[in-house]
Each structure stands twice: as structure tokens, then as C-alpha cells.
Ligand binder design. Structure first.
Ligand code: AMP
Ligand code: MG
Length: 307
């Protein structure tokens, strides 16, 4: 799709219909989905063939949109004011009414936010008028794309459109910073120099987290229910909440991730239904959630990984 007003308009129409659109940012090309839609976000994981669900970076048009989604403690606000738009992602407490898909944040109470410094990305976000969840636009395990033709090489046939903005200027993923009180914590090194961040903060970053793990994705967990899970269950026991999958399991009382056995639907429902099952468990005084088997194919790999 050419870089033109009509290109942006059709991209926005796709996004409003929960269809994926790849777009350029200054870091790498992102695979964009409406961050408020579980279905759209599930399609991201399906298109990338990701074997696990990790929380995605949510892209916004401006600081107002960011503040509708997350709380900014003073050091985060200083970083945002000084370095956004730019290759800096901030992990912040999520507002209750942020309206984000639980799948976009892996059910966490935090959200990773950034304003990309790229004209086309900015135009797309403003026209869309909402947040876009966008991991790099490549199949899982492949190198991040920095040109539109890289995106098509990897994901052609699996996505509906790519906005062509030429080559990405930074070509490296964003630097990710979290906070513990007033201390900035480096969660992932990336395209923004740490010295620049430390100058704005007026204090050194805490880099300890990086020394304990190999991959940044391992730094965080995802939503974990209080009730225990019993997997591969054929039905609920007397003191269990049922979380089914597929047509046979749909006959049992309880929740069902996808009565028709659709893995995209199941992925879209996963975190919200785990929360709901947990709430039911607490309310009814049971301590376990029995989960039906989910096949180990396609998105089933990521669903089973999270379970
Ligand atoms: P990407 O694949 O570029 O969208 O980057 C996603 C990465 O952002 C994850 O693997 C995490 O390292 C980080 N991330 C996203 N959300 C959070 C969060 N709520 N807390 C901590 N790190 C996060
Ligand atoms: Mg990537």
C-alpha cells in the first residue's frame, strides 16, 4: 500500500474491522492491531506464529492518549516529556478503565506504552484515534523487519496491508524502562541510549534485572489466577470451576474458551476467562479451575504455554 492519504484511510478501515496492518516506526515495522480488541490481538499472535503470549507494546498518538491508559509517576512523566516521540517504551500502571484487551497486556496490571517517532505511524494512530498493539512484523523467531518488503517476505499472505514508509531509521527495538518508586529499571536495552535516559532522570538506571535472565520476555510473568489449575480435565470435579474448550466441553456448566473449538477465539478469551473463573472460584469458595485439553497446534501452543 503506498504512503498516501487513501492508504491511511484503508488501513484505518482494516484496523476498525479487527484486521491487522503492518506499519513503519522509527525502530522496526510493527504488526498493528486495535489494542482494545481481544480478537485483533489474538490475530497478531496467530500471524506471527508465536508459541507464547507475551505482553505487547501499545502505541499511542500523543500524551493525552497515553494518560487515558496509564498512570505516569513523576520520573515517567519527565522521560515522556523529554524523549517522546521516540524509541523509548515505558512500563506503567494501567488504568482500570483503560479499555485494553487483556491479551495485549497478558492480563497484567501494567502496560508497555510508547509514542513512535515516525510520520506515517503518527498519521495512522491519529486517524485511527485509538491505541495500537504492535510487536515487530515478522514471523516468530525471525529477524525484525526494517523495510516494507521484509514484512511481505515474512508475513505476506498472513496480513492484509503494510504501509510503506521506506527504511526504518533506528532499526533496533525500543529501549524498555519500568519503575520501582522513583528508580528507573532497564527492562530491555534498545534503540535509545541509556545515558540519555539517565540524564533526564538525573539518576542511574537499575540494570540488575538484566543480569538475572537471558531474554527480556522472561522478566515478567502474566496474570496468574489465585485458584490452582487442573489441566487436560474431562470435566469439573465437585470443588472446581470449569473452563472448557470445544463443542463437547460446551455441554458442561461453567465457562468455555471457544464452544466451536476455534483457537483464535480461545486465545482472545483466555485471560479474561481465567480472571472470571478465578472470581467465580473465590465467590463460591472452590480452590481449583479444571481446564479442558486445548490442542497443541497453531495458537494452541501459546494457550497451553500460558496455562
Ligand atoms: P515487542 O515484542 O517489541 O512488542 O516487545 C514486547 C516486550 O515488551 C515484552 O517481551 C516485554 O519484554 C515488554 N513488555 C511489554 N509489556 C510489559 C509489561 N506490562 N511489563 C513488563 N514488560 C513488558
Ligand atoms: Mg520481535
Amino acid at each position: 500500500m503506498p504512503d498516501s492519504p487513501s492508504g491511511i484511510r484503508s488501513a484505518v478501515e482494516f484496523l476498525r474491522a479487527d484486521v491487522l496492518v503492518a506499519f513503519p516506526t522509527e525502530t522496526v515495522y510493527g504488526l498493528g492491531a486495535d489494542a482494545r480488541s481481544d480478537t485483533a490481538v489474538a490475530r497478531v499472535f496467530a500471524a506471527k506464529g508465536r508459541p507464547t503470549f507475551n505482553p505487547l507494546i501499545v502505541h499511542v498518538a500523543d500524551f493525552d492518549m497515553a494518560e487515558e491508559i496509564a498512570f505516569f509517576p513523576p520520573p515517567a512523566r519527565r522521560l515522556a516529556e523529554a524523549l517522546w516521540p521516540g524509541p523509548l517504551t515505558l512500563v506503567l500502571g494501567k488504568r482500570r478503565d483503560a479499555g485494553l484487551s487483556d491479551l495485549a497486556t497478558s492480563g497484567l496490571d501494567t502496560v508497555a506504552l510508547r509514542i513512535p517517532a515516525h510520520d506515517l505511524a503518527g498519521q495512522l494512530l491519529r486517524e485511527f484515534g485509538g491505541p495500537l498493539a504492535a510487536p515487530s512484523a515478522n514471523p516468530s523467531g525471525a529477524v525484525s523487519p526494517t523495510r516494507a518488503d521484509h514484512v511481505l517476505d515474512g508475513l505476506g499472505g498472513r496480513i492484509s496491508a503494510v504501509l510503506d514508509g521506506g527504511a526504518c531509521q533506528v532499526g533496533l527495538e525500543s529501549t524498555i524502562i519500568g519503575f520501582d518508586g522513583d528508580t528507573g529499571i532497564l527492562l530491555r536495552p534498545g534503540g535509545l541510549d541509556l545515558g540519555v535516559i539517565e540524564t533526564v532522570l538525573g539518576a542511574p538506571l537499575d540494570t540488575r534485572a538484566l543480569r538475572h535472565v537471558n531474554a527480556p520476555g522472561q522478566l515478567l510473568s502474566h496474570y496468574a489466577p489465585r485458584a490452582g489449575l487442573r489441566l487436560e480435565a474431562t470435566g469439573p470435579g465437585p470443588a472446581e470451576v470449569w473452563l472448557g474448550f470445544g463443542p463437547i466441553a460446551a455441554l458442561r456448566p461453567g465457562l468455555n474458551l471457544s464452544p466451536s473449538g476455534d483457537l483464535v477465539e480461545a486465545a482472545a478469551n483466555l485471560f479474561a476467562f481465567l480472571r472470571e473463573a478465578d472470581t467465580i472460584a473465590t465467590r463460591t469458595g472452590v480452590t481449583r479451575i479444571a481446564v479442558a485439553p486445548v490442542p497443541m497446534t497453531g495458537l494452541g501452543l501459546a494457550i497451553n504455554d500460558r496455562l
